[in-house]
Structure formats: C-alpha cells, structure tokens
Design a protein around this ligand. Structure first.
Ligand code: ZN
Length: 240
C-alpha cells in the first residue's frame, strides 16, 4: 500500500496543487492529511474542498479548530490571531462543520496519525526535543506515528536511546518505533521554502520526504490582496 501524507497546508492552494501534481506521478492508493488545512493562507475554502475531493483521511490541527472556535487562540501571536479571524469570516457553515468533525487521532493497522503529539493531542504541544519525542513514542502502539505541527521534517526513532534523522529517506524496521514529521505543504519552517510531503510505502517499509517548488510570489500576492498580514507572505520566501 502506498500512501501520500500531507500536512499543514495552511490555506496555501498553490503549494497544494504543486504537491498533488508530483504525487500524481507517483500513483498512490490513499491520501492522508495531518491537519492545519486552514489558517495563515489566502485560500482555506479551496484547500478544504480539495482535501475532501481527494478522499483524504484527515485529523484536526490547532488552526482547524481555531477557525471554528474549538481551541483557544490566546497563545497565538498577533498575525496568527488576525489570520484566524479572517479565516473564520471566510469559511462557510458547511466548511466549519467538516472541520468540527475531524478527529484528533486516527489508528491504522500498523501506524497512527496525529497533528501534534500522541500523549495529549488536544493540547497541540510541539515535539522539539528527544524527550518530547519519547513522551509520544512510549505510548505509540504500532511502529510508526506520522505527525506535523512544527513544520520541520524530522524523524525520531526509539531503540534503547532516542535518536533522530533529517534524512529524507527513512527506512522503518520492526521493533524500532518511529515518529515521522512530514513537514509542511503550505508554510515550511526549515529554511527551505519548497513545499514538503511524504510518501509511505508499506511494502518497502520506507518513507520518503519530498520537496516541491511552487510559485511563492503568486501566493504572496494573494495574501496581500486578501488583506492578511504581510509577514505571512514574506516568510514563505525563506521557509521561516
Ligand atoms: Zn501548522
């Protein structure tokens, strides 16, 4: 079985289209989305519609829930708050209902998907250290968990010690649990502006993190036209 795993689209439809064009060449059996379909970007409705069309198995991100008032945005910075209010105004009731029905975690035969962490998915904490990774790995029942949220593609392994790799080709092996952050389609933050996504081949027991160039300037224009904060256009150029 071959899965395409996308995360943190953040209403960046241009990046999503570029990613989907590449995935089409791969030929996958199933799409998976790890949340934050909306928030920050100028085309939340288009992104929701596309994710629905793809039959994406989707879990909720903090920005998805923020857009429907289901999670607090007190800890959001000013421009994230501004973008959230903008998104709330743009989405239809139908869009909001779809977001409201997204689960926080989903379990498959041998893997799990979540937006932020396994130990408290509803808190949307960040996994930044080996200890953070350990907290989720120790309660992971299958061998792999895919997540997003930090917008930085990185994989943690649990053997005797917790280790990590930034290698884009991740070999999975039985008995070694892995936490794979697939990066962000619509707002990468690893100093690489290219959109990120993952291909997971269960037969080959391998995950590939892929990067695709898209028209960052065009999205920046749409962000300005929508009246969203300028910084949201600027950061896309630098992958920040
Ligand atoms: Zn996000």
């Amino acid at each position: 079985m071959k899965y395409a795993i996308i995360s943190d689209i953040h209403a960046n439809y241009d990046a999503l289209e570029a990613v989907l064009a590449e995935i089409e060449k791969e030929g996958v059996d199933q799409f998976i989305c790890l949340g934050d379909v909306v928030g920050y970007g100028p085309q939340p409705r288009e992104c929701i519609q596309k994710v629905q069309e793809l039959g994406c198995i989707t879990v909720a991100g903090n920005h998805d829930f923020a857009a429907i008032g289901k999670t607090s945005i007190e800890c959001f910075n000013t421009y994230a708050k501004e973008a959230t209010y903008w998104t709330q105004r743009v989405l239809t009731d139908k869009d909001k209902k779809w977001l409201d029905n997204l689960p926080l975690v989903k379990h498959f035969d041998n893997f799990t998907i979540v937006h932020a962490t396994l130990y408290a998915p509803e808190l949307f904490d960040y996994i930044q250290t080996s200890y953070d990774a350990y907290l989720s790995l120790q309660i992971l029942e299958g061998s792999v968990c895919f997540l997003g949220h930090s917008h930085v593609p990185i994989t943690f392994f649990q053997e005797e010690m917790i280790s990590y790799t930034l290698n884009p080709e991740i070999k999975l092996s039985n008995g070694v649990k892995a936490l794979v952050n697939v990066g962000s389609v619509g707002q990468p933050r690893d100093d690489n502006p290219k959109a990120a996504y993952a291909i997971y081949d269960t037969d080959a027991q391998t995950v590939w993190i892929k990067r695709v160039e898209y028209d960052v300037e065009a999205v920046g224009e749409k962000i300005r036209k929508a009246g969203l904060p300028e910084i949201l256009a600027e950061r896309l150029k630098f992958g920040k």
